[in-house]
Design a protein around this ligand. Structure first.
Ligand SMILES: Nc1ncnc2c1ncn2[C@@H]1O[C@H](COP(=O)(O)OP(=O)(O)O)[C@@H](O)[C@H]1O
Ligand SMILES: [Mg+2]
Length: 212
């Protein structure tokens, strides 16, 4: 399998408007300044096939898919992303940073839409065997702050944003429970402060957990 490599795989997770896309660019620059070769990617998407699936997931009306269908689409996209993009880059020794990964499926489809955790585990096994990120940074902030930040972006990709408040509250709880269950892999980052302060907290966590 695919994991044997000298690279490192870091995922950024969190709700809408938490600052994942902003911070991934900052972390990439920080690592490159330390001589790392870095590939920044995102989910859903990150490979030509997975980007096609992304459109089905992030655009259009909420009721177009139920939780199980969404989970299948996310894991289909994820497997293509792993095979086409992530695993080859890790083999080349690169540090791969992904804007969302499997924890988002558990938080959104599991905690948000009620997908059975056992089904999540089965799909994880099919799509990625026992491959896991070396480090996951969970950007946490109150949902109203995140949604108001997200609303200021101009984007067609509003399908998940438009879900009700209580859905986003369950997603936030989900991410925090994942972090509590897997403290060796996950670090919760306070995402309420300004961009520079969040970037410093992320750099600190990466340096401490993985070296830089
Ligand atoms: N720490 C921050 N403080 C204030 N605004 C922020 C912060 N981080 C990001 N933003 C802004 O909030 C919006 C959402 O950020 P983004 O990085 O797109 O979040 P995400 O990718 O997690 O949805 C963007 O307009 C971004 O410029
Ligand atoms: Mg984003």
């Amino acid at each position: 399998m695919s994991e044997a490599s000298s690279g490192r795989f870091i995922t950024l997770e969190g709700g809408e408007g938490a600052g994942k896309s902003t911070q991934i660019a900052r972390l990439k620059a920080w690592l490159e300044a330390r001589g790392r070769r870095v590939l920044a990617t995102r989910e859903p998407g990150g490979s030509p096939g997975a980007e096609m699936i992304r459109k089905l997931l992030v655009e259009g009306p909420i009721e177009r898919w139920d939780g199980n269908t969404e989970a299948l689409l996310h894991f289909a996209a994820r497997r293509d992303h792993l095979r086409s993009t992530i695993w080859p880059a890790l083999k080349r020794g690169e540090w791969v940073l992904s804007d969302r990964f499997a924890d988002s499926t558990l938080a959104y489809q599991g905690y948000g839409h009620g997908l059975d955790p056992a089904i999540f585990s089965q799909l994880s096994r099919i799509a990625m065997q026992d491959f896991r990120p070396h480090l996951t940074l969970i950007l946490d902030l109150p949902i109203d702050l995140g949604l108001s930040r997200a609303a200021k972006r101009r984007s067609l990709e509003t399908r998940y944003e438009s879900l009700p408040r209580d859905f986003h509250a369950r997603v936030r709880t989900g991410f925090l429970e994942i972090a509590a269950r897997e403290p060796e892999r996950c670090v919760v980052i306070d995402a309420t402060s300004d961009v520079d302060a969040v970037a410093a907290a992320i750099a600190g966590a990466v340096g401490e957990r993985l070296g830089s």
